[in-house]
Design a protein around this ligand. Structure first.
Ligand SMILES: *Cc1c(COP(=O)(O)O)cnc(C)c1O
Length: 369
């Protein structure tokens, strides 16, 4: 009997562990608005992620959107289209103009050799994405940003627990935003965090997640409601206890995929970067139709016929979205366009059995012509 396999499966603690964590709420009746679970998770995460300061949000998108708002930016923001809708929408919803830089074909992060040419006198910030858990060229981005006086806000949604040169990935840039969505390596059901080092910025951000309220009688910011509730924080506290085992199990899955697919011609795998401790967040595979014989869509269909849900992640790229009515030219980001038509993200989660990995690989290899 073979069950359907989805691209991901949310990590959950044992039922009793979660019940123990939320029991106290039946005494306090404190369900949201920065309660004890929220504050406990905040401290635990600061420690685990190795960041100077951090605040929690209802989701990763609001962490990003409100971080851009708290920086009081105006004008153009350089980013990449090879990402989830959230990155581009966070920019546009702040009334900022996204300027799309291409990605490099090696790790799919922003191509720093093409970045500087896009800077104008209107540019205010760079929003790079550590896509699939791959770390951007942090040094180059930092030096370009310093030279031109730009803010750097990392979309770190994929890089929970990743370190670069021994430091938590969230400690780079002016702000780094994580997502704790159910589908991510670490989840709080829905949730997110922004990491930063500037206390003043942190205060502004804190107000924006609570309607812009300064004190009981002063509302001097047009904020939103983006507070993490106690049930989500409790889920995070439980999941954090097991995160290292979860990542280790993911590593075994990735190792098996790599063993089985690493030497198949026409298939390109993601490689582990130097100086990076990764979290094995995603397993993107690039299919070269000329060498492999079947294109990405063909492989995706074959897997679907066997009840296996691989994802065309990220396709389409954000600069082609219908909501932008042809405003951006995807031919200006040719590498992102090329990769988006050939990439397939294979199922990857800690409980995925190696037998299932083998089954998935057998189907993929059977597509080779
Ligand atoms: C998941 C994700 C987000 C948004 O996170 P949510 O918690 O779902 O709001 C932002 N950027 C990227 C690249 C993501 O994958």
């Amino acid at each position: 009997m073979s069950q359907n396999i989805f691209v991901t499966r949310s990590s959950m603690p044992e039922f009793d562990e979660y019940i123990d964590e939320i029991k106290g709420m039946w005494d306090t009746h404190w369900l949201t608005n920065m309660g004890p679970e929220h504050n406990k998770l905040k401290e635990l995460l600061k420690d685990y992620l190795g960041v100077p300061m951090l605040d929690l949000f209802t989701n990763g998108h609001m962490a990003l959107e409100l971080s851009l708002q708290a920086l009081k930016l105006q004008g153009e923001v350089i980013t990449t289209p090879f990402t989830f809708a959230s990155t581009t929408h966070a920019i546009v919803r702040n009334g900022l103009e996204p300027v799309f830089c291409d990605i490099n074909p090696k790790d799919y992060t922003i191509d720093v050799s093409k970045l500087e040419a896009l800077i104008t006198d209107k540019t205010c910030a760079i929003v790079p994405v550590h896509v699939y858990g791959n770390v951007c060229d942090i040094e180059a981005i930092d030096s370009i940003a310093k030279k031109h006086g730009l803010k750097v806000v990392y979309d770190a949604a994929h890089t929970f627990g990743v370190t670069y040169k021994g430091k938590g990935i969230g400690s780079y840039g002016d702000v780094s935003c994580f997502s704790f969505h159910a589908t991510k390596v670490f989840n709080t059901i829905e949730g997110g965090a922004a990491c930063f080092a500037d206390a003043e910025f942190g205060l502004e951000l804190y107000r924006l997640k609570n309607f812009g309220i300064r004190d009981e009688e002063t509302v001097d910011g047009v904020g939103a409601n983006a507070k993490m509730n106690e049930f989500c924080a409790a889920m995070g506290i439980c999941n954090l206890r097991h995160i290292d085992e979860e990542i280790e199990k993911r590593r075994l899955v990735v190792e098996r995929y790599t063993e089985r697919l690493g030497n198949v011609s026409g298939i390109r795998l993601n490689s582990i970067q130097p100086n990076v401790v990764t979290n094995y967040a995603y397993f993107p595979v690039i299919f070269d139709e000329k060498l492999f014989g079947t294109d990405r869509d063909g492989v995706c269909r074959a897997l679907a016929q066997h009840g296996i849900g691989a994802r065309k992640y990220f396709y389409p790229i954000t600069n082609t979205f219908d909501c932008f009515n042809g405003r951006y030219d995807a031919n200006l980001t040719p590498v992102a366009l090329h990769i988006s038509k050939r990439v397939l993200t294979l199922p990857l989660y800690s409980e995925l059995s190696l037998a299932d990995v083998d089954r998935i690989c057998d189907i993929i290899i059977s597509c080779k012509i």
